[in-house]
Design a protein around this ligand. Structure first.
Ligand code: SF4
Ligand code: MG
Length: 332
């Protein structure tokens, strides 16, 4: 498979009055063409900061301090801002949790949509209108002509998210970054939006980087999964292996705190404790204060992210000298 995006040892820090906060702490992963890759983890683990770093949309005092973001071989951390703007308009687009914050409230939907097409694809006004209405129809909006003439606040949350998806796909991006795209929506609408994204990604051959804390969403949409904890990747694998044979104790904790079908919310175990503050991480493995199987070495030394098999990586002392024959190591 061809790599579309390759992130190498990315470090993003926030330079605050109270000191340097290492939010993204040496993250590496890659995304293949046409694949949907999810980044999961609790909030505060650096998922969003990773995606903002890729897009170079970090606000001060956040700054990429080292590492590479190779998009089709080109290091996005090094390109000029003007070029980056064209990449954001044409090759990589982003949808957020709350479409209201990214849609302009005083401009009608149609105008926002067609202006993107006029700007980035050089379409005439008439053609842009036609294509906008087609896009709105494609994302499952009934009476698209009417929605074209509406203001964002006149639409429901689910409709607004559809509009955002139409907007982000209107330039036919190679990569779509979706940060908690369905978190604000109710369950039924959530499922519809996820199905829509899935269909669109196969129709348009768009790769998706999905940022979510919701493993249900991961199961629905992802091919590959990256588990982040305290600014690091702790496990990377395919979606099937994630659910059938999770390796890292944090991944196992996330899975046992996710409701399964026919299971009462009350039966769920949550992971004890909290994600450490990025400015005050523990020694050794960052997860050790919460880990039910921590050993002495875990408190002292940080394990490396190592290949577990051809397609899986894990950062945990339990698997350090492991390899394939140590699958049992994580059973407890
Ligand atoms: Fe738990 Fe140790 Fe593995 Fe960290 S390295 S997850 S503390 S077993
Ligand atoms: Mg976030």
């Amino acid at each position: 498979m061809t790599k579309l995006l390759e992130v190498n040892d990315l470090k993003t820090h926030f330079f605050t009055d109270n000191g340097i906060i290492p939010s993204v702490d040496g993250v590496s992963f890659s995304i293949n063409k046409g694949q949907t890759t999810a980044i999961v983890g609790e909030s505060g683990c650096g998922k969003s900061v990773t995606s903002y770093s890729i897009m170079r949309l970090l606000d001060s005092p956040g700054k990429i301090v080292s590492g590479q973001v190779l998009f089709e071989g080109q290091d996005l951390t090094k390109v000029k801002e003007k070029h980056m703007r064209s990449i954001r308009g044409n090759d990589i687009s982003m949808i957020f949790q709350d479409p209201l914050s990214s849609l302009n409230p005083v401009i009608k939907i149609g105008k926002q949509l067609s202006e993107t097409l006029i700007l980035h694809q050089g379409l005439s006004k008439g053609k842009a209108k036609l294509q906008s209405i087609q896009m709105l129809t494609k994302v499952g909006i009934p009476r698209a002509e009417q929605v074209y003439k509406s203001y964002p606040h006149e639409l429901s949350g689910g409709m607004r998210q559809r509009v955002m998806i139409a907007m982000s796909l209107s330039c036919n991006p190679k990569l779509l970054i979706a940060d908690e795209p369905t978190t604000a929506l109710d369950v039924t609408i959530q499922a519809q939006i996820l199905r829509l994204m899935k269909n669109l990604s196969s129709d348009f051959q768009t790769s998706i980087l999905l940022i979510t804390h919701d493993l249900g969403v991961v199961a629905e949409l992802a091919d590959r999964v990256i588990v982040m904890y305290a600014g690091q990747v702790v496990e990377e694998t395919d979606v099937y292996t994630l659910f059938s044979e999770p390796k890292h104790p944090y991944t196992k904790g996330l899975l046992s705190s996710t409701p399964k079908l026919n299971e009462d919310e009350e039966d769920l175990e949550s992971i004890q404790g909290n994600v450490p503050s990025p400015s005050n991480k523990p020694s050794g493995c960052y997860f050790h204060p919460r880990c039910p199987v921590a050993k002495d070495i875990c408190r002292k030394d940080m394990p490396a992210l190592k290949d577990f098999s051809n397609s899986s990586k894990v950062r945990c002392w339990l698997y350090e000298e492991a390899g394939e024959d140590m699958t049992h190591a994580g059973n407890y």
